[in-house]
Ligand binder design. Structure first.
Ligand SMILES: NC(=O)c1ccc[n+]([C@@H]2O[C@H](COP(=O)([O-])OP(=O)(O)OC[C@H]3O[C@@H](n4cnc5c(N)ncnc54)[C@H](OP(=O)(O)O)[C@@H]3O)[C@@H](O)[C@H]2O)c1
Length: 266
């Protein structure tokens, strides 16, 4: 793993471990870690994962990451286990919706879960991560955090914020042993995507990955040194074009708008 001395133990904290991508990442990480702290809200799913990986390796915490108490519990357990050197902020939620009528509570929840929770968990764990010789923080973003897309204004804002946080903190910690990186999945078959999103992806023939594929890409990223990667060559190209020539995606997405509106909850 990049930024780790050969033979040094890998001690990982993974949020969203009960979800599609998180479960697959936990499984991929299982063979490479001394132990993991797996965080989610669904205690039944956490225990099933713990059984599969092994109790000596997988420690579980059931809790809501928007609650300060959950962050304190993660910190306490990581300290009891002797310190961590990998934090993967993967938990997230989605809400594909017309922005004008989107519920204010739903917008707050997106920002709390996808942006504030990883920021505050990172802040709380920084002193512990600094105790390791080297450590990594990997934030799981989204293509829509880099490429604004109709129906995902609030979700995209939360993920764009996470990207900005990742880049700034990476630079702030450049003189420490901690690297901060950004991994960007494209559409993946998991529960985060509502029926409306699934139908939209089908209508637009959007490429969709399995969580297992994303997890394999994740461990390749973990072993590399790039600060950011996007799953899918076409998506990486769209992201680049959006940055350099935003009028081109403006036009292409305008051409999709009637189909998007047909599926977008109002
Ligand atoms: N699937 C995609 O198409 C896609 C594309 C790009 C990026 N992503 C990103 O990939 C990450 C993983 O998503 P996924 O596709 O695996 O979705 P998922 O299957 O719905 O999993 C989401 C995970 O986040 C956890 N979570 C949500 N809110 C939480 C909260 N308040 N406190 C604690 N845990 C919470 C869930 O826990 P419980 O289930 O236990 O409640 C679950 O483990 C997210 O950050 C997502 O934005 C996904």
């Amino acid at each position: 793993m990049a930024d780790r001395k050969p033979g040094a133990p890998c001690r990982a904290i993974l949020t969203g471990a009960t979800g599609g991508i998180g479960r697959a990442i936990a499984w991929e990480l299982a063979g490479r870690t001394d132990w993991m702290i797996l965080v989610g809200r669904n205690i039944v799913a956490l225990h099933a994962l713990q059984e599969k990986i092994g109790k000596s390796k997988a420690h579980v915490i059931a809790g809501d990451l928007t609650q300060e108490g959950t962050l304190a519990t993660i910190d306490r357990l990581a300290r009891q286990l002797g310190g961590a050197n990998l934090l993967v902020n993967n938990a997230g939620s989605g809400d594909f919706h017309d922005f004008e009528t989107q519920d204010a509570g739903a917008i707050r929840n997106l920002l709390d879960t996808n942006l504030l929770a990883p920021m505050l968990l990172t802040r709380r764990l920084l002193p512990l991560l600094k105790e390791a010789d080297t450590a990594q923080i990997i934030n799981i973003g989204s293509l829509f955090g880099n490429l604004g897309y109709p129906g995902f204004a609030a979700y995209g804002a939360s993920k764009a914020g996470l990207r900005g946080f990742t880049q700034a903190l990476r630079r702030e910690l450049a003189d420490t042993g901690i690297t901060v990186r950004h991994f960007i999945p494209r559409a993946t078959r998991t529960a985060i995507n509502s029926e409306a999103v699934v139908a939209l992806n089908r209508a637009l023939k959007t490429a969709e990955d399995t969580p297992e594929h994303v997890a394999r890409q994740f461990v390749q990223f973990l072993d590399g040194s790039a600060w950011e990667t996007t799953v899918g060559a076409k998506e990486a190209f769209f992201k680049f074009i959006n940055q350099m020539l935003p009028a081109l995606p403006d036009k292409a997405i305008a051409g999709q708008l009637s189909v998007i509106r047909k599926h977008m909850p109002k």
